[in-house]
Design a protein around this ligand. Structure first.
Ligand code: ZN
Length: 655
């Protein structure tokens, strides 16, 4: 028997947003309700649309990952198949990114036809029973579902489902056939992996998120039930033990019993995000409580200053608590994006500002760091300390390694570039939400907001958000239209904000101002067109110290300003690389504002000698400490000026 799930919030399952729960504290506003118009993120969205999307499509074609679908349709596989076992997923992530981009632009004929042509190629590869994957199931290939540990078949389908969801939400009822491809595949895996089917899971979580959202879009509860089965099975040893241990794919401990995210950082966050979807839809308070606890512990003990996660290169995994060495920071771009996905779901459920604070940290310091300014090269790993300048990555070669010293155009495993693309294209959906009382602003960007507040006293709400954040800490919301009754406008005050003040200047009447604390600053009143709400807070540079248990950086400090983490790059130092290795900071000497968001800081370079043995009772060289002032820049802007070395954490001076 088929049952359906239904949405009780103001926003329907077809709201133009990646995540639309049927219940929760907050309802997401879609790309048609929030449009980013100017500033830091608008610039990146423009580059993403103009450069990154064509770049990704070019490389999918060039590497043969798109052609794999043509070969499947022609029946000639496995001959000629190229790419790793999960190459199909990058095509689906590209489709998802283009679907959001089409929603963001409100349509674009050329992009629409590129989208359809890729969907047609995927459609040709789908088999009669709904199966679609270019790596398995044909003579000469592994049998379907024969390698759940490493095969990524269900993982790829999860990305297919997310692409179909993005398409249906941005172009409801489109006749391209993508939603049908997705539901036929979902119906197949409901049979194959359902209660009476294969009692296992995919080595890489992802299908859970895709199934949950596909259930929300179609109202088909079987998809949610299957996602729930996958979440409950994992952790009971259903997958084979491997050299990294079952924690690698979170099959070591049932999700309800786990205390922190562990193992492969992308898998762990995708699983937690999907489990949150299921807990929310099923009203499973026990599962939600477990997930909140895992989020808390992971943030408190397993997250870099940048918001990045994962400190093991070999298995792309979380380390132990406080194992966060700067020079071995893996901090995969996808892990940051996955952490945003987990946090965003908890934010919608709980309205807890800590989730929005973390999302901002990851956006500015991981998501904005990965792509080059031109949008055609990417960091896969995001180290916090680059020890050697390395070599430039040629712009026409695939990078075999995930951790080059400069951004690379494409990788053998190229999960990150299309993940960045879909995140930037859908970014407006993370700016604001609504509930039956009003509207909440979580992220700061110049944007227009046009939505309907639900509830008995609701109505249309239109406003213009204006800010040059992160250059200044002033965010203005000009009301263009508001319900006749009182509503509440809530604006996030970041946890680090000093002297935060919230003022309202009515279209007629005197300005009212109040001091506000970090959290959501709420303003409840009857608004009229022309009213201006303004949040302002200090953006002084901050000298940040680590918990001493993060012993790899004990005795070092980092500089932050607003949401941006700063770094020292060798190209800004006298003596370059050689100096960067020796620098220390005099914390009391002060950090000053410079032009274009850069800062100046007083540094010293410790004298050193090259010795046959690098340990001694004393290690001072016979020359003086050199003192100088250096310019430092936001971490997301590093590695744009040729090979260099860089560090976020700076040792403090010995007196
Ligand atoms: Zn990645």
């Amino acid at each position: 028997m088929s049952t359906t799930i239904s949405n009780t919030s103001t926003h329907t399952a077809l709201s133009m947003a990646p995540v639309v729960p049927t219940t929760g504290a907050l309802s997401p506003l879609g790309l048609d309700e929030v449009r980013i118009t100017d500033g830091f993120w608008a610039d990146r969205q423009r580059v993403n649309g103009a450069a990154t999307l064509p770049h990704v499509e070019h490389w999918l074609e060039r590497e043969g990952w798109l052609r794999n679908f043509d070969l499947a349709a022609a029946g000639t596989l496995p001959e000629g198949r190229r790419g790793r076992e999960f190459a199909d997923s990058e095509v689906y992530k590209y489709l998802e990114a283009v679907a959001w981009e089409l929603g963001r632009l409100g349509g674009d004929d050329a992009l629409e036809s590129r989208f359809r042509s890729v969907v047609d190629r995927v459609a040709g590869a789908q088999e009669a029973d709904g199966y679609v994957n270019t790596r398995f199931g044909r003579p000469g290939q592994g049998e379907r579902w024969s390698d759940l540990e490493w095969g990524h078949e269900l993982y790829c389908l999860g990305h297919l489902f997310q692409a179909a969801v993005a398409r249906e939400r941005t172009s409801p009822g489109a006749d391209d056939g993508l939603l049908g491809i997705a539901t036929r595949a979902a119906d197949l895996i409901c049979e194959v992996f359902g209660t009476d089917g294969i009692q296992s899971v995919c080595g890489h979580a992802e299908v859970e998120i895709g199934l949950a959202e596909l259930a929300r879009v179609t109202g088909e509860s079987r998809y949610l039930d299957l996602a729930s089965l996958f979440v409950e099975r994992r952790g009971t040893g259903v997958l084979a033990d491997i050299e990294y241990g079952r924690a690698y794919f979170q099959d070591d401990v049932p999700i309800r019993e786990a205390e922190a995210l562990r193992g492969h950082a992308v898998r762990a966050n995708y699983l937690a995000a999907g489990a949150t979807d299921i807990a929310v839809e099923q009203g499973d308070t026990g599962l939600l409580e477990a997930l909140r606890g895992q989020w808390d512990r992971t943030i408190a003990r397993r997250t870099y200053l940048t918001g990045g996660q994962g400190s093991h290169h070999q298995d792309e995994a979380f380390g132990e608590d406080f194992e966060l060495p700067s020079d071995r920071a893996y901090s995969e771009t996808c892990a940051g994006i996955a952490s945003i996905m987990f946090s965003w779901r908890l934010l919608l459920e709980d309205r807890d500002v800590r989730y929005a604070d973390h999302i901002e940290r990851v956006l500015y310091n991981v998501v904005a760091t990965s792509p080059s300014a031109a949008g055609t090269a990417f960091f896969y790993a995001n180290t916090l300390h680059q020890r050697t300048p390395g070599e430039s990555s040629p712009d026409d070669e695939v990078s075999p390694r995930a951790s080059s010293s400069e951004r690379a155009p494409w990788f053998d495993v190229s999960c990150c570039p299309p993940n960045v693309a879909r995140t930037l294209a859908s970014l407006a959906a993370f700016v604001a939400t609504s509930d039956d009382h009003g509207v909440q602003i979580h992220q700061f960007a110049s944007a227009t907001i046009d939505t309907t507040i639900g509830g008995a006293h609701g109505g249309r709400f239109r406003a213009e958000l204006v800010t040059d954040y992160p250059r200044s800490g002033v965010v203005s919301l000009r009301i263009l239209e508001a319900p006749r009754d009182a509503v509440t406008v809530s604006i996030r005050v970041p946890s680090w904000a000093d002297d935060a003040r919230l003022s309202v200047t009515p279209a007629s009447g005197a300005e009212e101002t109040q001091d506000v604390a970090p959290g959501y600053a709420d303003l409840a009143r009857v608004f009229a067109a022309g009213d201006v709400v303004e949040l302002s807070f200090g953006m002084r540079p901050r000298v940040t110290h680590p918990d001493p248990r993060v012993d790899a950086i004990r005795g070092a400090v980092a500089i932050e300003r607003g949401p941006e983490v700063y770094c020292v790059e060798s190209v800004d130092l006298p003596g370059g690389d050689e100096t960067l290795a020796r620098i220390e900071i005099v914390p009391d000497a002060g950090v000053e504002e410079a032009a274009d968001g850069r800062l100046t800081v007083a540094l010293r370079a410790r004298p050193v000698v090259d010795a046959a043995w690098p340990y001694a009772e004393r290690f001072d060289a016979p020359r003086d400490v050199e003192s100088f002032t250096a310019t430092i820049a936001p971490y997301h802007s590093w590695a744009e000026r040729g090979p260099s070395t860089m560090r976020v954490w700076i040792p403090t001076t010995r007196s």
